[in-house]
Design a protein around this ligand. Structure first.
Ligand SMILES: *Cc1c(COP(=O)(O)O)cnc(C)c1O
Length: 395
């Protein structure tokens, strides 16, 4: 398989494409990998866990030796909670950089954990900038950790983690990254950007099925994390120590999900790793956004902030446009889209990740065109208010 032309198999007959940021459309090979049972204590499964951890670490590139990978049962949020609770000491204080639902969720998690924290809330989609982080850290020396969201999936904005990292370490603090929807498609090389730990999950850019997340952290942070966690099952240090000693997960692992994920990791490697995967997703985005703009749709974000993960569009101002009907018409044509999450204006989202290529994205645009025609929407142009809102972002 050539890197420039990944072979994307169509989903099973009748199955729609999921234009959603996970669960997403997986390959038939990934689904087939789940058709056998594994004993969690057996050597074969232990070898699978080992292989998976090595493969994930290898995605960091140069400098990966200083890190280790700890898988954690549950959805992505479980792994985020595990990371926050395990690496921020009980007497620590976190600065959460929020510009959407996932930043808010991290702040809420810290609230539950009883960890002291401060939130820089940039609203729905403004990026937290390095200078702002530097100012807050200079004002508050008690902050020990900064929590950043790599791609804030609620708007699709790709946050500037490099400049955030520079500000954090210039002030002598530590960075934790929620790279859930970016890892595997967007580089996060410790040789280029400094951080202590990051987290992602099985059902995002590696294209596995849902069931576990994983924390990738500096070994010295893993060692120092002993006793920090409030939770038995979400204790990253304990999971790591047990896995290092026995090769096993502490509690029942999602065996079939791990088998599927290994298959997904092999496909990721065959596609050219992070660069290959990110390249396909970027083409997906470029083709889809160009086509949607031709229909009159406008993106919430300017090109500079558009991630290759998911894109937010304003709903058309035309009164004949009703999102729930548009959703159904797109579904009839084989595409599941995603409602928007903005508070100010109506929007919807189209994901670029999963087993889809640019040919599929052209069909998505054609389906949107047909759906608008069937609804009798003459123009997909957004309301003036939406464009004014966006202009604020540029200012
Ligand atoms: C998907 C995602 C999560 C985790 O969500 P779950 O529903 O718990 O899997 C966390 N952060 C970001 C940025 C995400 O995209």
């Amino acid at each position: 398989m050539s890197h420039s032309e990944p072979v994307i198999a169509r989903p099973e007959q009748g199955e729609p494409y999921l234009l959603t940021p996970g669960p997403l459309t997986t390959s038939a090979a990934v689904k087939r990998a789940m058709l056998r049972d594994w004993g969690s204590w057996d050597d074969d499964f232990r070898a699978m866990t080992r292989d998976m951890r090595h493969r994930l670490l290898a995605l960091l590139g140069e400098g990966a030796e200083a890190f280790d990978c700890v898988p954690m049962q549950g959805s992505g949020s479980f792994a985020v909670e595990a990371m926050l609770a395990s690496f921020i000491p009980r007497d620590g204080k976190a600065l959460v950089l929020a510009n959407g639902a996932y930043g808010q969720r991290s702040a809420q998690t810290l609230e539950y954990l009883g960890r002291d924290h401060l939130v820089l809330d940039k609203g729905d989609y403004l990026p937290p900038r390095g200078v702002e982080v530097a100012e807050i850290l200079a004002r508050d020396p008690s902050i020990t950790h900064v929590v950043a969201i790599h791609c804030e999936t609620s708007s699709g904005i790709l946050n500037p983690v490099e400049e955030i990292s520079e500000a954090v370490y210039a002030a002598g603090r530590k960075l934790l990254i929620d790279s859930m929807s970016a890892f595997g498609a967007i580089e996060l090389k410790p040789s280029e950007i400094r951080y202590e730990a990051m987290v992602s999950s099985a059902n995002k850019c590696i294209e596995g099925v849902p069931g576990f997340g994983f924390v990738i952290a500096r070994k010295e942070e893993l060692e120092a994390a002993k006793g920090n966690s409030h939770s038995l099952s979400l204790d990253v240090h304990a999971q790591w120590a047990h896995m290092e000693k026995t090769g096993q997960w502490r509690f029942t692992p999602p065996t079939h999900v791990v088998a599927a994920f290994l298959e997904a990791l092999r496909a990721h490697e065959a596609e050219g790793g992070v660069a290959g995967r990110g390249g396909r997703y970027s083409r997906n985005r470029d083709v889809m956004v160009a086509g949607m703009r031709e229909l009159g749709f406008e993106t919430l974000l300017q090109n500079r902030w558009l991630s290759p993960i998911i894109v937010t569009f304003f709903c058309p101002a035309d009164e004949t446009f009703v999102f729930s009907r548009f959703y159904d018409l797109m579904k009839d044509r084989g595409f599941i889209i995603y409602p928007g999450k903005l508070t100010v204006v109506d929007s919807f989202r189209v994901g670029c990740i999963g087993q889809m290529d640019e040919h599929v994205m052209r069909q998505v645009v054609a389906a949107a065109k047909d759906s608008l025609a069937e609804m009798g929407v003459a123009s997909a142009a957004p309301p003036v208010r939406a464009l004014e809102e966006r202009a604020r972002l540029a200012a």
